[in-house]
Every structure is written in structure tokens, then in C-alpha cells.
Design a protein around this ligand. Structure first.
Ligand SMILES: [Zn+2]
Length: 314
């Protein structure tokens, strides 16, 4: 059932409408100047939210809607674990309405940045996107990893459909506290986003059918939560941000050979030199996955396809 198309306006009619709009716009503009800067004629309040890394921005943007501008602190292509914000970023963040943080203790610079920002702008609302997420500690690297004493929290919470559901709830709740008048809209958009998460989860499960318990090899351990969600084992070259020595490398090579691993996944933010050495040793290949891709849901589907493909290539 389709609606009949409305009659097309003539070009002359279109131009007349446009001219009227321009006159109205000019009138509104001058009225604004004459009224001494009162806010009566201002458009709906534009709000600004800040996030730490790009994948968080998708979650906030989908739920916040068009009246919010979402800024990301870590620029595209930059490694976040060792990032240092510039002074101008600190003041830009201080002017925002809300900061949707990854969570305390996840990225060291985020804790430091928020300390400076809340000192400059005590009114900024800080929302913890990791609230309620069951956090993993260390490299979560299965039996290929080393000892797990004194290891930190795995910050890569966004690479998990399960965590994204919790993060979406946190975002909707935070937005509704800041802007209660639009709570219904935030809740509706959150539900729509969770429906997308569910659809992507189905696609990922489909890609990973029959691969439960299998191990995959990555350079930087960004996929601990992903592995937990889907019953896989992540084995990482890097351990607690450090590259392995010769003994560690040879342990990894043995592990990979024993587990039929022939692909090593590398992230574009890191050097591939050691990964190439390992790939040669196991007679395998290096493939790229990007933990910081801005389209976080689609990226999870791509990652599941890459992992599944790495076994089919055996
Ligand atoms: Zn990382």
C-alpha cells in the first residue's frame, strides 16, 4: 500500500516559498539583534557530550539523538592506552554538558582528564558507561598468557554485545537525568539500539557456530570481553602492555601450533613486527582487526567473520 505522490510544485512556486522563508529568516535575525540577546527565539538547547574513544560515540549518538553533539577525546588512529589530552581538549571538555566515561581505572588518562575537568567545571555531569558491567582483569588470555598477579582491568568493554546492552542502559539513564523532559525519547532510542545489538549478536553467533572453545591469537588483547561473550579463548602476544621476550614468543609459537592457529590478528594502532615473526614461525598470516572502529556493532560482526574465516583457512 503506497500513498499517492503529492503534486510536484512548479519551479516558480518553489522559489516563492524559498523567498518567503528567506524573508522570515532575516526578520527573525534582526528581531534577535534588537531584543538585546534574550533567549526567547533561540533554537532548542544544543547539548554537548564527550566520550573517551570512538566506539563509545556510536552508543551515545544513537540514544541521544540530533540535539546532542558528541565529541571524542582520542582522535582516529591514535592508541588510547598511552594518550595524553592537550590543554585545549581539557578546556573543550570542560564546556560540555556531560562526559560519558569508560569507567574508573580503565584508561589512566581518562581518570586524570576528569580530575582536571571537574576542577574547572564542577557542574559537568559524569556518567560511568561501565557501571554494572562485569569487568575482566588482566589480559584474559587463557593458558597462553602469563601469571595474573597484580594485573589491571581490561578496558575494552565496548567490544562485547553483552556490555553494549549495559552501556546503552547507562547512557539512557544519564541522558534522562540531565534532560528529564526527553526521557521518553531517550528510552525509545535505547530500545531501538538494543534491538540492533540483538540482531548483530545473532549474526555473530551465526558466524561462530561450532567454534566454541577455540583459541584465537591477537597482538593486543582487546577481545577479552568478546571471547567471554562467545565462548572463545583469546591469546595475546602483548602482556600488560609489554612485548614478550624470546621465551614468551617461543611459548606463543608452540601454543599456536598445538591449537591449529594459522592467523595472528593485529590492530592498526600497534606495530606488526613481532606478529610477522610469529606468523612466519607458524607458517601463517597476519590479519588486521580494529578495536577502535567507530561503527562498533558492525565491527563486532566483522571481527566474528574474521575469526571464523581464520579457522576455515586451515
Ligand atoms: Zn586497547
Amino acid at each position: 500500500m503506497t500513498l499517492p505522490a503529492p503534486p510536484r510544485p512548479s519551479t516558480a512556486g518553489y522559489l516563492a516559498v524559498l523567498a518567503t522563508l528567506l524573508v522570515l529568516a532575516a526578520a527573525a535575525g534582526s528581531a534577535g539583534c534588537l531584543s538585546g540577546g534574550t533567549e526567547d527565539r533561540a533554537p532548542p538547547h544544543e547539548r554537548t557530550a564527550v566520550v573517551t574513544v570512538l566506539p563509545q560515540a556510536e552508543v551515545v549518538r544513537e540514544i541521544a539523538g540530533g540535539e546532542w553533539t558528541v565529541l571524542t577525546v582520542v582522535p582516529p588512529g591514535v592508541e588510547p592506552h598511552t594518550y595524553e589530552p592537550t590543554a585545549s581538549q581539557v578546556s573543550a571538555v570542560s564546556r560540555a554538558d556531560a562526559y560519558f566515561r569508560l569507567g574508573p581505572g580503565l584508561m589512566p588518562f581518562e581518570d586524570a582528564l576528569l580530575e582536571r575537568v571537574t576542577a574547572q567545571a564542577p557542574g559537568i555531569v559524569v556518567i560511568d558507561m561501565s557501571g554494572g558491567v562485569s569487568l575482566l582483569h588482566g589480559d584474559s588470555g587463557g593458558d597462553g598468557g602469563g601469571d595474573r598477579e597484580g594485573v589491571g582491568v581490561d578496558p575494552h568493554i565496548w567490544l562485547s554485545p553483552e556490555n553494549l546492552r549495559t552501556m546503552a542502559e547507562n547512557v539512557a539513564r544519564g541522558l534522562s537525568e540531565i534532560d528529564p523532559a526527553n526521557a521518553g525519547a531517550y528510552s525509545a532510542r535505547k530500545n531501538a539500539y538494543i534491538a540492533k545489538i540483538d540482531a548483530c549478536t545473532d549474526a555473530i553467533r551465526n558466524n561462530l557456530t561450532g567454534l566454541e572453545g577455540r583459541a584465537f591469537l591477537v597482538f593486543h588483547p582487546a577481545l577479552g570481553y568478546f571471547a567471554r561473550d562467545f565462548g572463545l579463548v583469546q591469546v595475546a602476544v602483548e602482556e600488560e602492555g609489554r612485548e614478550p621476550g624470546p621465551a614468551g614468543l617461543s611459548r606463543l609459537v608452540t601454543y599456536a601450533r598445538d591449537h591449529g592457529i594459522s592467523v595472528i590478528f593485529v590492530e592498526p594502532q600497534f606495530s606488526t613486527r613481532e606478529s610477522e615473526v610469529i606468523a612466519r614461525e607458524i607458517n601463517g598470516t597476519v590479519a588486521t582487526i580494529d578495536p577502535l572502529a567507530p561503527d562498533v556493532l558492525e565491527n563486532l560482526v566483522r571481527i566474528s567473520g574474521a575469526i571464523a574465516g581464520s579457522y576455515r583457512a586451515e
